[in-house]
Write a protein that binds this ligand. Structure first.
Ligand code: NPG
Length: 374
């Protein structure tokens, strides 16, 4: 495979309603898409970085810059040096290894090259990654709202649509009361979990233990991302399983967190860990330790969601992921919309991602395009 060019395309997609978390409110998604053009095919990658570095150090302008200044030139040199037939997605991480961090940009580039490779040979993402099911249960993430009645209305709507699991965003002042209200109104059968996005400290351990009364699947990332030991200590006070998200940046950090007793469940987001191949490696490490995993979401377009559905079809993904239908966040998606079927999302079977951007829609949401030629 030979790279000819990479198109960097920025799109702006308004959200159907504002999405508030403990670190900020999103009104629209400013996404960087990569289109890799090779001698045999095209492939799409999606960079999940937000507009600002509120979730992680990455932000979309920064990812765009590091791609142009460092990653694309390194691939240009690298593919020249690679033996014939050697260049491809598994080589990308190795060529980019000298550069620290910027995992979301690395992941987007690897995704696009993997897509191009798979399209050329007619294989799907799910098959390549090792998927074993043809549909995955859909969970939905519910932002922080202005009142408990408003929250109950929103949750009722999602349960009515068939979502198989509800995740409530929490922060100090919006935790025990909303969880109690959802349990009281919808009963014990609803699969329910919470996500704090690092909003607490170990001093809140006794308060967080109050959530134990509500039979939650897990508490996601209650403490700071670098407070792995704190999570291990918290797990001694809180009975609800702790699930790390922001803290897990690689298979190595996953193995360490498991060994320390800091995480009983892992949220795997390919963008956060540098790509789908590293995501699969984390799945394998977790499976070897009997740790369940689930696929997180970053409000992706249909392109990223299709790839996430493929990842979530691996056998260790035993909990429903944040893999909601396109309509959860977008009135119009750039691909044919992903829809709920009996609370599940179908895993695409076509070559590569198995979905394509719809050209007219893509043009409509595009704010800038730039071409890097090899
Ligand atoms: O379903 O795509 C989705 C969103 C799921 O809540 C969700 N994601 O912290 O996990 C998170 C949160 C998030 C969204 C984080 C956007 C960062 C950006």
């Amino acid at each position: 495979m030979k790279l000819r060019a990479v198109e960097l395309r920025r799109i702006a997609m308004p959200l159907v309603s504002p999405f508030r978390t403990s670190f900020g409110t999103q009104h629209q998604r400013d996404i960087l898409l990569l289109k890799v053009i090779t001698d045999g095919a095209c492939g799409w990658g999606e960079c999940v970085a937000l507009a600002d570095p509120g979730y992680s150090p990455e932000y979309v302008d920064g990812q765009s810059d590091v791609l142009r200044q460092f990653f694309l030139p390194a691939l240009a040199t690298g593919q020249g040096a690679a033996a014939v037939g050697e260049f491809g997605a598994p080589v990308v991480a190795r060529l980019l290894e000298p550069f620290k961090g910027h995992r979301m940009a690395k992941a987007a580039l690897e995704m696009a090259i993997l897509d191009a490779e798979l399209r050329e040979t007619g294989r799907s993402f799910a098959r390549e990654l090792g998927g074993v099911v043809d549909r995955v249960p859909a969970g939905v993430s519910v932002g922080i709202l202005e009142s408990i009645p408003a929250l109950l209305d929103v949750v009722a709507g999602y349960l009515g649509e068939g979502y198989r699991r509800i995740k409530l965003k929490i922060e100090p002042g919006w935790d025990v009361a909303p969880v109690r209200a959802v349990r009281e109104r919808f009963g014990d059968d609803v699969a329910l979990q919470v996500d704090a996005n690092t909003a607490y400290t170990l001093r809140d351990a006794r308060h967080l233990a109050k959530l134990d009364d509500f039979d939650l699947l897990l508490i996601e990332q209650p403490l700071a991302e670098d407070d792995v030991l704190g999570h291990a200590d918290l797990a001694k006070t809180v009975r609800t399983p702790i699930c790390l998200d922001e803290s897990i940046t690689s298979a190595q950090t996953a193995a360490a967190a498991i060994r320390l007793g800091a995480t009983q469940v892992i949220n795997i987001k390919p963008g956060r860990v540098g790509g789908y191949l590293e995501a699969r490696a984390i799945h394998d490490v977790a499976a070897a330790h009997g740790v369940p995993v689930w696929c997180g979401g970053m409000i992706e377009s249909g392109l990223g969601r299709a790839a996430n559905a493929a990842l979530a079809s691996l056998p260790g993904f035993t909990l429903p992921g944040d893999i909601s239908a396109s309509g959860r966040f977008y009135r119009v998606d750039v691909t044919a919309p992903l829809v709920l079927e009996d609370g599940h999302i179908r895993v695409p079977t076509g070559a590569g991602l198995g979905v394509d951007p719809i050209p007219e829609i893509l043009e409509e949401v595009t704010t800038a395009v730039d071409l890097f030629e090899f």
